[in-house]
Each structure stands twice: as C-alpha cells, then as structure tokens.
Design a protein around this ligand. Structure first.
Ligand code: SF4
Length: 213
C-alpha cells in the first residue's frame, strides 16, 4: 500500500498526543456511548477520506496521556473510548499509555486504523504492540471508495472489525436498515462536530447555516 509522510517531523515529544479533536460523548463511534479521541496526521491518504483536515502531520493540540485520561474519566456514564484520526498507530506509544490508564479505570478501547489488520497485528514494533495490547476492538484497513458498504462501523467492505479481548462484541448489522448513521454536536461556542458517516453535502450545508450564512 502507498504510504505518505511516514517520517514524524519531530515537532512533538513522543510521550504527548497530537490531538486533532475530542468529543466527550458519541454514540456512532463504536458500541455504546464513547468518548472519541481524533489524532492529527495520517500517512495513508485514502481517496475519499472522511477527515481530510486530519491528514497533515501538523501541530495540533498537545496533551499528555495523563491529562487526557483525567478529562475522559470525569465524563460519567460512558462505556469506553474510541481512538480515531488521522492514524492512531502513527502515535501508538502515547495512545498506548492513554489506553493503559483508561483500561485501569475500566473503560474499553476501540481503535480505528487505516493499516490492514495483518500488518498491524503481526508488527514487531513495540509501540504498535503497546497500542494493540489495550485495544478491545480493532477496526482496520484503508477506505476504498469503490468498496463502499453499509456495514456498521466501516466505510468499505475490505475493512475488518476484529474483537481482540472479548470485552466488546461485534455489532450485528440490521437486515434492512443502513447502519451508516451520523451524529451532530453543536458545542457551547457554536462549533459543530459531525461524526459517524454523514453525507458530505449535508455537513457543508449545516456548517453554512451554523455560521449564519
Ligand atoms: S486511514 Fe482514515 S484518516 Fe487516514 S486517509 Fe484513510 S480514511 Fe483518512
């Protein structure tokens, strides 16, 4: 597979997370109610990527795993946390530490990656194995527009949903209804977060409305 910008530009300490976005509560990024951590930077560059603004390895918000774990744990009644991006395995060491801190407090972890599952699971990189060790549900593979599908939690049929610990089970697809739901959060400052699988034209129109256009 073609991989872009694999060299970490080195602007951050490996122990910090380069955070592109955070949502305290979401119901479309894995089973149950979950906090979502989006990291900045992805080397894969799928055609039709859902989050193109998260692709550059540019400086976003720097946060330590310890601080982010405390923020997440202050959120009551969530089932777990989802790591998305950008590419979580490009920041595997820091997310691994965050996952360890969250696991200690009883939260399950869902990790999305654009790398194929066999590449990740058989990797000898210690940092990747650290993140894998705290991942309860791995959702792996690049997005391929020609294989677009309606299966819950994936965008294209080449992607794999792999339970690694038995703590999270794979959601069964509904027999007749598309499971590609979207979720919109309007924050106190007027900012809009669209997540899940929203239609791009609808998001653009909604953002225009929120700006008062
Ligand atoms: S792996 Fe995910 S974030 Fe990276 S380019 Fe593909 S869809 Fe976008």
């Amino acid at each position: 597979m073609k991989v872009h910008d694999t060299n970490d530009p080195g602007y951050r300490r490996k122990s910090t997370i380069n955070l592109a976005g955070f949502l305290a509560r979401s119901s479309v990024n894995g089973p149950g109610i979950r906090s979502v951590v989006w990291v900045q930077g992805c080397p894969i560059h799928c055609e039709g990527c859902f989050n193109p603004q998260f692709l550059p390895f540019s400086l976003a918000q720097q946060v330590t795993p310890s601080v982010l774990a405390d923020i997440i744990c202050a959120e009551e009644t969530i089932d777990g946390v989802t790591f998305s991006g950008g590419e979580p395995f490009a920041q595997a060491d820091a997310l691994g530490e965050l996952g360890e801190r969250l696991h200690e407090r009883g939260y399950s972890i869902v990790t999305f990656t654009g790398f194929p599952s066999d590449l990740v699971i058989t990797s000898s990189r210690a940092t990747w194995q650290r993140l894998l060790a705290v991942t309860d549900l791995l959702i792996a593979g690049p997005y391929i527009p020609s294989l677009k599908c309606d299966t819950p939690l994936i965008g294209s049929s080449n992607q794999r949903i792999i339970p690694l610990t038995g703590i999270i089970t794979v959601p069964a697809p509904h027999p007749t209804v598309s499971e590609h739901v979207a979720e919109f959060t309007i924050h106190n400052d007027g900012m809009l977060t669209a997540t899940g699988f929203p239609d791009a034209r609808f998001v653009k129109g909604l953002a225009h409305l929120c700006r008062g256009g």
